[in-house]
Design a protein around this ligand. Sequence first.
Ligand SMILES: [Mg+2]
Length: 340
Amino acid sequence: MKLTKIVYERKQIPLKTPFITALRSVENVEFVRVYLYTQEFVGIGEAPATKAITGEDIENIMHSIAAIQRTLEGMEVQEALLYVQSADIGSSAKAALDMALLILLAKQTGQTLADFFGIKDFAPLYTDVTISFNKTDTMLQDARTAFEKKQHILKVKVADDIEHAIKTIRTIALDLHGAEILVDANQAWSLEDTLYFIDETKDIKLALIEQPVDAKDTDSLKSITEYCDIAILADEAVFTLEDAKKIIESQSADMINIKLMKCGGVTPAIEILKYARDKGVMCMLGSMLEGPHSINIALYLAMAFRDVVKFVDLDSPLLYKELPSELDFMYEGCKISLKK
Ligand SMILES: [Mg+2]
């Protein structure tokens, strides 16, 4: 089955409210959607612009696809999968092409994506929901609103003001009993800040602290992991399988956050998940602010690897103004089930 044509376009989905982290603030999900055609089928892939994280904006992603488009057209799908992974292009562009190719492989063999991924357990998944960085009062209000909508797993985004972080996390945790609180600092803290935060929140229950320090500072990450009982999750420090090995072998974090856009798609994500499974390390299956097709495939992956995926961070659709029909999954509060 050969690729006959590749088409790509820029897409935007408006958000209910702006999404704010220590690194950026956005009002729309912006992504590239790529269509890979064979004689009979089409596979769709997507990659969002996340310049602050992967270094790729919309232009970079489109440029990457354009750079290998002529080579891919006419290539066998299986061969194209290998070629994309070895190509010298950004990880998001790779992810978009990789998922479109896997969808084509599934279609070629007449399998649903659930069969293709070997999913046996269709029990619902539960995603966390992001509480954007803001004034403490606003964040508490947002957390309460989410909690009322049965979104009880809250990923709270904090930034470099450590006093604000402590106050906000304490306020939310003490207000919302039964909420599971994940703290994401997106590298904004120093080692000292982090230890101070841990000491000042000792009496409240936190599910994890995500990437407190700079991605390159694995020594500090390891010191933090050794210092506390709270699970420490490496996010920006882990893009590739090599990064995952480095963090896991050095025991610098308790868990790793795997995102298709960081590692270059489903194919490498599976390698990382299998490695983590071998090592007995739990993962978060995360995402950027993404379009429905890339979230869709990440959800299949999370379901297929549910034994090693302890946390699901695939809440983008909940942030859209409207839920798109492209999703194979339903969202009810934070519960996600495959549509019948
Ligand atoms: Mg993160």
